[in-house]
Design a binder for this molecule. Structure first.
Ligand SMILES: C[S@@+](CC[C@H](N)C(=O)[O-])C[C@H]1O[C@@H](n2cnc3c(N)ncnc32)[C@H](O)[C@@H]1O
Length: 194
């Protein structure tokens, strides 16, 4: 793997100085579902290289990102952004992120390293999704919003179905910029009830 397809969105991101083409997924989601607002404090899991951070920092009060990769120095100087090198599986409490209040929005574009073995990749992806759902009670404000990337599969569908009541609205969405070969889609939960 590891190749980059230099498609329309790749070129557009480069031209507009975004760090990844993924920015157009979040932009489309935000335009359609109105996830972000000016007063929000946002937590972005799996932020690297940081195109979602670049987009979100312009729209909200503060954004905090974690990733298992080294902190990206290209975006460390954005004044309302804090970045940490952390594994999502290790985080338990908001105090580990230097904040003392829950987040208004949680974003996760996390993706595991893929093996090419479908069942393994689906299991790894679902483990990330389950972890994010697990931290919602301690990390997300009541009525908060949520965007998470999911790799499609039977178990993922069952898990999501069992959890959809956590939000007032719970939508599945595949942005236009998602590569046709990709099995990913996004879940957008609005109005957290947990
Ligand atoms: C598709 S990229 C995110 C792109 C990003 N949204 C952007 O706009 O630049 C997925 C990221 O998830 C991160 N990731 C995977 N597993 C993780 C984990 N357990 N904890 C934190 N980050 C993780 C990867 O290191 C990778 O950087």
């Amino acid at each position: 793997m590891g190749f980059k397809v230099k498609d329309h969105y790749f070129k557009k991101a480069k031209k507009e100085q975004f760090l990844a083409r993924s920015v157009y997924k979040l932009e489309e989601i935000d335009k359609k579902f109105k996830v972000l607002k000016k007063s929000d404090i946002v937590f972005d899991l799996g932020y690297y290289p940081g195109s979602w951070i670049q987009y979100t920092a312009e729209k909200v009060k503060k954004v905090i990102g974690i990733d298992i990769k080294e902190v990206n120095k290209k975006i460390i100087n954005i004044s309302n952004v804090d970045l940490f090198k952390k594994d999502a599986f290790d985080i338990e409490d908001i105090s580990e992120l230097g904040v003392d209040q829950k987040f208004d929005v949680i974003l996760s574009d996390m993706a595991p390293d893929t093996t090419g073995i479908k069942s393994v990749d689906q299991d790894r992806s679902l483990a990330l999704v389950e972890k994010v759902f697990k931290i919602l009670p301690t990390f997300l404000n009541k009525d908060g919003n949520f965007v998470i990337k999911v790799f499609d599969g039977n178990d993922a569908q069952i898990f999501l179905k069992n959890n959809k009541k956590l939000f007032k609205s719970f939508n599945y969405f595949r942005p236009k910029s998602t590569r046709s070969v990709s099995k990913e889609f996004f879940v957008i939960g609005k109005g957290y009830q947990g």
